[in-house]
Ligand binder design. Structure first.
Ligand code: UD1
Length: 418
């Protein structure tokens, strides 16, 4: 197992290219299941989670060929209807195979994902929506068995605009004969990216980017060439690193429209931000103001940026409150940040962060993907050496993180952990 070693205290300077979004690539890969023929995705990030989804697809009989950031997926024949526990337990997004297999084969056997480090993470909305579409589901030894022989269009209102449920229901609904109206769907750019790909494949869908989809289901779908949108969370992570460690960095290949609230709050916090097309220049004067945030569904502040914001706010002059309304238990980074010298008090799902503190390097442990990113940010600003163990979490969602930070002038490298 690898660890990351960081000798902090250096400003970050230069340009960093933002990769394609993990959370957009995964649903697009699942959408390839729906179309016989070869789908080619571009701007696919090189990540462990993308590799896991590729394994899920290969298990279904799809050939996967990766060249640089392009991925060819040949789904001419599907030979299995099963997404196994071994893969789904390591990555919840494998559960997207359920909606897509139902759409392509009319049946599926997909392992239930189970909980995760930030709480139970149920899939009840996914299953309720499938039932509304006429798909019979039953639990059999940890697997959801789905029978979609009687699937047909319907009207369904999601209890909560869940990203995952919106993806799964969209993937199934394009195959359900007749009209489907899905209301209270997620407006996250990754869901919109999927809707646009399905439209390009030949599915008549109205409402991409809004809270309701009108889908004319049952059309045969064609394999297409399609681009993954840039990763707004990767961009936000580099931004927060500049905010905490100081410096002047341009994020290249980002989509500022997907980052509106993060850019606005960063300006409030005292960062200088200049946007030109897909380039976002972030400059720090070394001073930060405390800014409260509350995580919300898009276009609100993303829960996937909560941990990085806390790390940045440890440098702000005063106190702020960071509340996670989406995942109330998603604070495993807090005790680790405290080991580096952060002053954070927790009350339920609210962290009170008081700064500025001088962080000092220490051995810490990565607990999940974005928690690990917050430790990297803190370590880059800390005096001395920080060792972050269990960095496989980071490899799930950040492409060549240590190389990218090293190019910006950070002293950061990977070592084998004993
Ligand atoms: C996705 C993202 C994850 C991000 C999250 C919220 C991917 C692969 N992952 O996760 O990085 O943090 O969106 O933006 O894109 N819920 C239910 N029942 C359900 C489904 C969800 O109660 O059936 C609840 C969840 O427990 C949570 C909230 O809804 O409180 C949001 O979850 P959801 O949007 O589904 O997140 P994911 O799709 O799992």
């Amino acid at each position: 197992m690898d660890k990351l070693v960081i000798e902090g205290g250096r400003e970050l300077k230069g340009e960093v290219r933002i990769a394609g979004a993990k959370n957009a690539a995964l649903p697009l890969m699942a959408a390839a299941i729906l179309a016989p023929g070869q789908t080619t995705l571009h701007n696919v990030p090189d990540l462990v989670d993308v590799g896991t989804m590729a394994e899920v697809l290969e298990g279904l009989g799809i050939s996967v060929d990766r060249r640089n950031d392009a991925m060819a997926l040949d789904a001419t024949t599907i030979t299995s209807d099963t997404a196994p526990y071994e893969l789904v337990k390591t990555m919840r997004a494998s559960f997207y195979a359920l909606g897509a297999l139902v759409g392509r084969l009319g049946r599926a056997k997909v392992s239930l994902p189970g909980g995760c480090a930030w709480g139970p993470r149920p899939v009840d909305i996914h299953l309720k929506g499938l039932e509304a579409l006429g798909v019979k589901t039953q639990l059999d030894r940890g697997y959801i068995l789905a029978d979609a022989r009687k699937m047909r269009g319907c009207r369904f209102v999601l209890d909560f605009p869940s990203v995952g449920a919106s993806v799964n229901l969209l993937l199934a609904a394009v195959a359900a004969k007749g009209e489907t109206v899905l209301e209270n769907v997620a407006r996250e750019p990754e869901v919109t990216n999927l809707a646009r790909m399905l439209i390009a494949m030949g599915a008549p869908i109205e409402g991409a980017g809004t809270t309701a989809f009108h889908i004319e289901g049952g059309h045969s779908l064609n394999a297409v060439d399609f681009h993954v949108i840039p990763d707004r969370i990767e961009a936000g992570t580099y931004l927060a690193a500049v905010g905490r460690a100081g410096g002047d960095v341009t994020l290249v290949g980002a989509n500022p429209d997907h980052l509106s609230i993060i850019l606005d709050r960063s300006v409030e916090a005292g960062l200088k931000i200049a946007v030109r097309n897909d380039r976002i220049r972030v400059q720090s004067s070394g001073k930060l103001h405390p800014v409260d945030i509350q995580t919300e569904v898009f276009p609100g502040f993303a829960t996937d940026m909560q941990a990085q914001w806390i790390a940045m706010m440890t440098g702000a002059e005063g106190s702020c409150l960071v509340e996670d309304t989406i995942y109330p238990d998603r604070f495993t980074h807090v005790p680790e940040l405290i080991r580096l010298g952060a002053n954070i008090a927790m009350r339920d799902n609210i962290a009170q962060v008081t700064g500025p503190v001088k962080l000092v390097g220490a051995p810490v442990m990565s607990t999940d993907l974005r928690a690990s990113a917050s430790l990297v940010i803190a370590a880059l600003a800390a005096k001395g050496r920080t060792e972050i163990s269990r960095i496989y979490h980071l490899d799930r969602g950040y492409e060549r993180l240590e190389e990218k930070f090293a190019v910006l002038g950070a002293k950061i490298w990977r070592e084998e952990d004993e």
